[in-house]
Write a protein that binds this ligand. Sequence first.
Ligand SMILES: Nc1ncnc2c1ncn2[C@@H]1O[C@H](COP(=O)(O)OP(=O)(O)OP(=O)(O)O)[C@@H](O)[C@H]1O
Length: 252
Amino acid sequence: MALINLEDIIASIYGTSLENHSLPVPTRQADKRKDKEYSRETNYSCKEQGRIAGANVKKLTPEQSFIYNDFTQKIQNGQSGLCFLDAPGGCSKTFFIETTLASQRVKGSIAIATASTGLAATLLPGGRTVHSTFKVPLNIINPETPSCSIKKGTALSRVLQDASVLIVDEATLLHRNVFEAIVTTLKDTRSSSEVMGGLLTLLCGDFQQILPVIRQGTRANIVDALSQVILTLEISQTVQTHNKHESSAASR
Ligand SMILES: Nc1ncnc2c1ncn2[C@@H]1O[C@H](COP(=O)(O)OP(=O)(O)OP(=O)(O)O)[C@@H](O)[C@H]1O
């Protein structure tokens, strides 16, 4: 049992088996490790996900609804690309992410939820930090060609290969090298030269709220650490502001 646990930990960190570390290989049912990684992303209760998606979709404001329909259509069409959801604090980013995740998980699709910080990750259902999900090395700012420790053919790479959408919350805080490492990993695991290896990716955040931390960095260094984005979706209102406008329009 100890060897099995050890192998799971090593596999999740380095993507290798105990054999590669000159240790005895535990006897276990074939594909058990693969199942563990994979089932984490697929074992959501359809009933519960359906309930969340159904309840949230009904509550969407017209602005949220427009973006939700547009984005889910992209997922359904199997479109690839990189989108940025730009919304100030309190303007429903988490609510939008939760709804999108549930709408995919109810169908058994893999929707990967990540965030730049541990705290932000805990707010997302099934969320993990970007560093944990992609095994991003700690010295990511220095290497010339940043990359993650996920090997092709491992259980984790299978999850990335089969995912229908990747969500990165509070993405503005991530250093550009982290994105470059993720892009390289996705292109490798998904065997695709498209943007993000062809996996539709939604970055969420508010550039006015927080920028990448560059120690003693100049404005130019900070701008240089930002990533390039292709399509921006915007939510400008909190739900309270929307409701206030609605009720004052109704009373007129
Ligand atoms: N359409 C909606 N109907 C009802 N409540 C909503 C709706 N949209 C958002 N909310 C609620 O508004 C609050 C703020 O939304 P949310 O937490 O998603 O914002 P956020 O953009 O993630 O904020 P922050 O950037 O500060 O984390 C939450 O309590 C959320 O449940």
